[in-house]
Design a binder for this molecule. Structure first.
Ligand SMILES: CC(C)(COP(=O)(O)OP(=O)(O)OC[C@H]1O[C@@H](n2cnc3c(N)ncnc32)[C@H](O)[C@@H]1OP(=O)(O)O)[C@@H](O)C(=O)NCCC(=O)NCCS
Length: 145
């Protein structure tokens, strides 16, 4: 495994974010939607990149309002999954002095993500019925710092 570095996402990363999001979530977003998100002044986002070729292998995008970070999207390239990169992105957010609370929604059937959030101390606050496509339920989870 080649060395990696964590750095903020830039607009020029939008195509690779799109590729990863499409790979992991299906056709949820367009490149222009990601571009708008990355241009949002309230966004806080970064990713893990391979040092050798600057390939983005895992990312986290949040919107922060008054110290509360809402996780909009987090994904890891399946080729690099289960190697701690998703957790690394989240821990970096948890370590940010500007953030006092992190909130998110996660599909009730998404066992990998649920395990990751639980391992890091997130707790379930409630259920949002029919949150995804008016069909699947989501857990609302949060972590206070
Ligand atoms: C959820 C996701 C971001 C995790 O990324 P990752 O880089 O593999 O995460 P980590 O390597 O840090 O794994 C953290 C923990 O998550 C859990 N986990 C990750 N992948 C898992 C899998 N395939 N099956 C079961 N648990 C899994 C494990 O508890 C793991 O800890 P462990 O390896 O010490 O047991 C990744 O699976 C992904 O991109 N999923 C699709 C997109 C998604 O569901 N995003 C979350 C939306 S709310």
């Amino acid at each position: 495994m080649s060395p990696t570095e964590l750095r903020p996402l830039r607009l020029l990363d939008r195509h690779r974010v799109y590729e990863l999001a499409t790979m992991r979530f299906g056709s949820q977003w367009s490149v222009s939607a990601i571009e708008q998100l990355l241009a949002n002044p309230n966004q806080l986002s970064w990713g893990v990149f391979l040092k050798e070729d600057s390939k983005l292998i895992s990312y986290l995008i949040t919107i922060v309002v008054a110290g509360e970070a809402d996780i909009i999207s987090i994904a890891t390239d399946p080729e690099y999954s289960r190697r701690g990169f998703g957790s690394q992105n989240l821990k970096h957010l948890m370590d940010s002095p500007k953030i006092h609370k992190i909130v998110l929604e996660v599909d009730v059937g998404n066992e990998a993500a649920l395990a990751m959030y639980s391992n890091l101390g997130f707790t379930v606050d409630g259920v949002r019925k029919n949150y995804y496509n008016g069909e699947r339920d989501a857990y609302r989870m949060s972590l206070n710092r």
